[in-house]
Design a protein around this ligand. Structure first.
Ligand SMILES: [Fe+2]
Ligand SMILES: [Fe+2]
Length: 378
C-alpha cells in the first residue's frame, strides 16, 4: 500500500470548508458548562492529587470539561502526617496557592514555608518537592496554562520518589535487576491513555545540560553591541532573575486595592517580582449582597470560588455558583459577579493567561464600576 503522511490521515484537513474545525470547536464550547464541580483528589504514586479540572495540562486535551482553551487547574492534598512527596522538575513555573493548612516546599535544596492563602512559585528548571504541616496538612490549588505545551515544552522529569511510595491501582513499580526502584508504569487505560507510560527516575543528559546552563549562567559582563547581543544578555538576565526571584508571595504582604472592578489582591501579574509568567492571579472579595464591576477582556478566565454563593452574568446569561465551584469565562465575554449572601462576603480566586499581554491583547475594557467604587468616586 502506498505510504501516507500522518496529516493525510486527518480527514478534517481534507474538508472543503476550511473553517469546519473551528465551527465544530465552537459548538463543543457552547455545550460545555460555565460552572463545574471539582473532581476529587485521587491516590497517585506521588501522593494525593486531583486530575486536571478542565482537561490535562497538555494542549490537545482542551474543551473537555469547560469552555476554556488555555487554562486548567488541579489540587494537591497533603493529609496531616502524610509521608514527604517525591521531587520533580519541569520548565513551567507553577503557581501553588495554599487553600487550607500550611506547608513547605524545597526548591533546589532550599526550604520555603507557606501558610493559608499564600502563593508559592517554583522558578523554571528547579527541582521541587512539597509537603504539608505535620498536624494541619495542606490543600494546594494549582491553576495552570497550557501555553508551554503548545510550544513543545511540556518536559517533566521525576527526580526522586516520595518517602514511602505506594502504587495505587493502575500503576506498578519498575525495578532494575537488583530490585532497585527505578521508575513506575502507568498502565494502559488509566485516565484514558492508549498505551502504558513508563516514568523513569532521573533526568536525561540533554535536558540536564539545557536546564543546568539556564540555571547556572552568571550575570552578563560584556557590552551589548548589536541586536543579537541583547538576547545573549537575556539568557544571563533570565538566569539571574530565576536565582534571585521571590518564591513565596504572601497573603499578608500584598495589599487589598479598591479598583473599578471591586476589591482585589494581586498574587502575580507581569509587573510583580515572581517567576510565574504563565498566569495573572488575583483574589477578589465581593461584599455581602453586592456585586463586582462588569468588564471584558480578550483572554479567558478561570475562577475558583473560595467562599460564598452567588452568580455570574456572562453576556447577560446567568450562571449560579457556590463555594468550591470552578467558573470558566470564555474569551471576549462581558462578565460580572454577584454575591447572593446577605451577610457574608464572597471570596474568588481568578486566573488569566498572561500571554495575552505579550500578544498586545492584555488590556481590560471596563463596562460598569463596582457599586462601592462608584459611590466613593462618583
Ligand atoms: Fe511541579
Ligand atoms: Fe475578568
Amino acid at each position: 500500500m502506498e505510504e501516507r503522511w500522518p496529516w493525510e490521515e486527518e480527514s478534517s484537513l481534507e474538508a472543503p470548508d476550511p473553517l469546519a474545525h473551528q465551527r465544530h470547536e465552537e459548538s463543543v464550547k457552547e455545550k460545555l458548562p460555565r460552572v463545574i464541580k471539582l473532581l476529587d483528589v485521587q491516590d497517585t504514586v506521588m501522593g494525593q492529587s486531583s486530575p486536571h479540572q478542565t482537561g490535562d495540562i497538555v494542549c490537545y486535551d482542551i474543551l473537555k470539561r469547560a469552555p476554556v482553551y488555555d487554562l486548567t487547574s488541579h489540587f494537591s492534598d497533603i493529609k496531616p502526617h502524610a509521608p514527604a512527596r517525591g521531587a520533580h522538575r519541569h520548565i513551567s513555573a507553577p503557581t501553588l496557592f495554599c487553600l487550607r493548612g500550611r506547608g513547605w516546599e524545597i526548591n533546589d535544596g532550599k526550604t520555603y514555608s507557606f501558610g493559608t492563602y499564600d502563593m508559592l512559585v517554583v522558578p523554571p528548571f528547579t527541582i521541587h518537592q512539597h509537603g504539608g504541616d505535620e498536624d494541619a496538612g495542606a490543600q494546594i490549588f494549582v491553576p495552570q496554562s497550557r501555553m508551554l505545551s503548545i510550544l513543545g515544552l511540556t518536559k517533566r522529569e521525576q527526580i526522586k520518589f516520595g518517602e514511602k511510595p505506594e502504587f495505587p491501582d493502575g500503576t506498578e513499580p519498575l525495578q532494575d535487576e537488583n530490585g532497585k526502584l527505578i521508575g513506575y508504569r502507568i498502565k494502559k487505560g488509566v485516565l484514558g491513555i492508549k498505551d502504558a507510560i513508563d516514568v523513569m527516575l532521573g533526568g536525561d543528559p540533554k535536558t540536564e545540560a539545557v536546564f543546568r546552563a539556564r540555571k547556572e549562567a552568571q550575570p552578563w559582563q560584556g557590552s551589548v553591541e548589536n541586536t543579537y547581543d541583547r538576547y545573549l544578555k537575556l539568557f544571563h538576565d533570565e538566569s539571574v532573575f530565576c536565582n534571585t526571584v521571590t518564591h513565596v508571595v504572601a497573603y499578608d504582604a500584598e495589599p487589598w486595592e479598591w479598583c473599578r472592578q471591586g476589591k482585589f489582591k494581586w498574587f502575580t501579574h507581569p509587573e510583580m517580582n515572581s517567576a510565574a509568567r504563565r498566569l495573572w492571579l488575583y483574589m477578589q472579595e465581593i461584599p455581602a449582597a453586592s456585586r463586582s464591576g462588569m468588564h471584558r477582556h480578550m483572554v479567558e478566565e478561570q475562577i475558583l470560588i473560595i467562599e460564598g454563593r452567588g452568580y455570574d452574568l456572562h453576556d447577560g446569561e446567568r450562571f449560579e455558583w457556590e463555594r468550591g465551584d470552578l467558573v470558566s469565562i470564555p474569551a471576549m465575554t462581558a462578565h460580572q459577579h454577584f454575591n447572593m449572601d446577605a451577610k457574608n462576603p464572597a471570596l474568588l480566586l481568578s486566573s488569566m493567561p498572561s500571554v495575552g499581554a505579550d500578544l498586545g491583547l492584555g488590556g481590560i475594557e471596563q463596562l460598569e464600576d463596582a457599586p462601592e467604587f462608584a459611590n466613593e468616586n462618583g
